[in-house]
Design a protein. Sequence first.
Length: 302
Amino acid sequence: MEFQHEPVLLPQVVEFLDPKPGEVFADGTVGGGGHAFALLERLLPGGLLLGLDRDEEALAAAAWRLRPFGAAVKLVRASFSRLPDLLAQEGLEGIDGLLLDLGVSSYQLENPERGFSYQVDGPLDMRMSREEGLTAADIVNTWPEEELARIIREYGEERWAFRIARFIIRARRRGPITSTGELVEIIKDAIPARARRSGPHPAKRTFQALRIAINDELGELQRLLSRLPKVLRPGGRVAVISFHSLEDRLVKEAFKSLSPQVLEILTPKPVVAAPEEIARNPRARSAKLRAARRVLKERVGE
C-alpha cells in the first residue's frame, strides 16, 4: 500500500516556521515527507533537514519522496524525544526550526495490519514501530481492570471508561481478544444505546487511549517540550500540530511556561484548518497548530 498522508495546515506551517536557505530544521514526525518537502524547497541551498520517525514504513516513504534533495535530508528511525541526543551526535548545537505533526497518518489508519482503525478489522497492534514490544492486544488481555479504566478515562476522556474496562475483562475470560473488530463490538456493548446515537464512533476514544498508552505519546511530547530551550537556536521557530485536547493542552502549557523569557508565542489561539481544506482532507478537522519563536536573548526578571 502506498503511504498516503496529505500534510495538514501546510501553508500555515511554512508561514510560521519561515524556512530560509542554509538553516537547519528537524521534522520530528516526518511521515510520508509532505511537510518536509515544502520545508526543504526553502532551506536550499545550504540547508539541512533532519527527519525522524518511529515507523519504518514511513521512513521508507519519506526517503522516496525526498530523494530529490540528496544530502540535504538525513532520515533517522527514532522517537522525537531523542532529538537533543541526535543533534549532539550530528555535532549540531541547535536548530532553526522544528515541526511536530502528532497525528496518525492515513496509511497507518487505513492499513488493517497496523491495528489503528476502529473502522476496519485487523490485529490488535497500534504500535508506531513494529520493533517495539507492547501491543494493544497485550494491554486488553493482561492489564487489570482498574488500569484499563484509568487509561481509557485519562487518555481517551471517555465517560464510560469503567463500563468498557469491565466488559473487556468479562470478554477476555472467554478467550483472548485478538482483533480490532472484536474490541469494537465489546465497546459498543458496554456503551448504552442512547449514548451511541450521537457524537463520534463509540470506539474512537478507547482506541485513542490505547494508542497513546502503547506509544507513550504524551510522555514523548512532554520530554521534548521540556528541552525546547536546548534544541532551538536563538530566533528558532517551533510548530506543533495536535489532534486531541490532551496534546494541545501540553503544548499550550509548555509554551506559556517559557514565555516571554525564552519563547515568543506566535499563535495566541491555535490555528485551525479552513473549510476548504477540511472538505478536501477531513483529517484536518481536528488539527490545531501552535507556534512559537525562541527569543534572540533571554529576558531576565520579567
